[in-house]
Design a protein around this ligand. Sequence first.
Ligand code: ADP
Length: 593
Amino acid sequence: MTRLGVRGRLFTVSVLLILVVGAISAVYLEVQLRSWLRNRMEGELATRAEAARTALEVAGLPFDPGSVQPLVVRLGGALKARVTVLDAGGRVVADSQLDLPAIAELERHDGRPEVVAAEAGSPGVARRHSDTLHTDMLYVAVPFTAAGAAGVVRVATALEEVDEVVTRMRWMLLVASLVGLMVALVMSFLASHLLSRGLRELLASARSMLEGPGAEGPTPPQPPDEIAGIASSLTHLGTALEEVVETLANERDRFEGILEAMAEAVIALDAQHRVTLINGAGLQLLGLDAPPQDQPLLDALTPPLRDALAPVLTGRAEARDIELEGRQLQARITPQRGDEGIVMVLHDVTRLRRLETMRRDFVANVSHELRTPVSVICLNAETLRDGALNDRKRAPQFLEAMLRNAERLRALVSDLLDISRIESGKFPVHPETIPLGVVARRALESVEKLLEDKSMRLDVHVDPGLAVRADAKALEHVLINLLENAVKYTPETGHVELVARPDGDRVRVEVRDDGPGIPPEHRPRIFERFYRVDPGRAKHMGGTGLGLSIVKHLVASMEGAVGVEGNAPHGAVFWLTLPGADGEAPAEDDPAG
Ligand code: ADP
């Protein structure tokens, strides 16, 4: 079945409405009209009966057909009704629509209800089909007295007049319905045209929303009419909206996830500097539990924070470094797109700045360290060139100084190279299970010459079979450094010890001496590059100031720790701990002792 469009539906509804209303009106009107007309005719007929009675009583004619009939005929003509006169016995004496012979043949009318009522003394009314006239008739009979005798005069009229009026009314209703139908046709056409134009526009806009930029998914099937089209478009629109809302929610979650994962503090502020968004890092940095509500950010902060941030927020500089409770922060302000708000990102650059300072200091230190030996070498070379070469007594001294400083340069460059290799990961450290005794013995061999020069004694207490997880080369480097320092900074009569023992699941190695030791205030910084307790003395000893820094780096890369303590009654104890070996160390020679 083809479905009707909006126009068709509107027209059908209008026609049905007119038909139903017309039919109901017709039935109701007919019933009402019929009863009203009949009542009216009855009233009229009663009046005419009264008139006939008056005429008959005034005439006072005897109940004899011959004398009454002419008056009755005249009365019938004047009253436009059939007038019948009956005597007290119910016999018809005269009738306006019959001639005398016909009257004589008439049966007695004494049984008729209207006649019975009139004979009883009151007007009688009856409706029935007249066999004489073959039509429905209305009768009204009233009693009268003439020439001393009582009789009944009856007036009758045909009811077909009622039918005529009803038929005319039916025709009028039909015509009215037809006119109504025409009007309904035009009106429904106009209304549906206007309505369906609106609906079509609605449908078009719903479709364009569906097919708009970013809209995806299948195109809805062509609907049978505008309303179904709008319904289907709305359904699709709803689905599309749901998808969009879900995508937006996912995006929001992703965005929040990213914001929360950021180490930087991100704070979005509106034009009045109220917080519209802040991430966890932001709350933590500003010491807040929750985003401040309905007040400018600065009002919610502690005075030091307020003082630090106020110039950033009011100055509107793009980026600015601020100091906040000992931390270096870089504040970056970006105007928000679309409104007066701003986004402030606070980046903790404390470490970065410290590294920058360290690098700057390092370069300055290296230059400073290199300058002295290079100057000495140059100066001595110049002196030799300018004649001292032939001075047999001083020339060897100049050469000796040059050699000493060249050696210092070599040591410096070698340590610098080591540091640079370690820091750039080019000093590969492969921890493995190694017997500590073997490494200790190799380290001792390297400082043997120094020991001999100073005639010093060195004791080694390493548990035989003690093994560590370490890189043999790196550990040897570390031990040599610590032993060299101990020998170097301890006076000739001094004594150095290398002790190693298990310490839980780790191994603790100590290099102890009874030299001057490290004053406690210097201990925290002693592992820094170029840090020396007594710079003049250390340089004199040929130190580069880099040894302990290399030690710290190497130990750290083997997952170990390093530190310094004082020795009793004086001297230094440099200790390091390394992971112990899980299994047995590979069999090696006994450590040197
Ligand atoms: P250097 O090459 O100057 O020895 P290090 O980094 O090895 O550089 O040592 C840094 C500083 O630590 C030294 O200059 C010295 O002042 C101090 N130091 C290191 N070891 C000892 C020690 N065993 N006794 C006293 N001072 C020491």
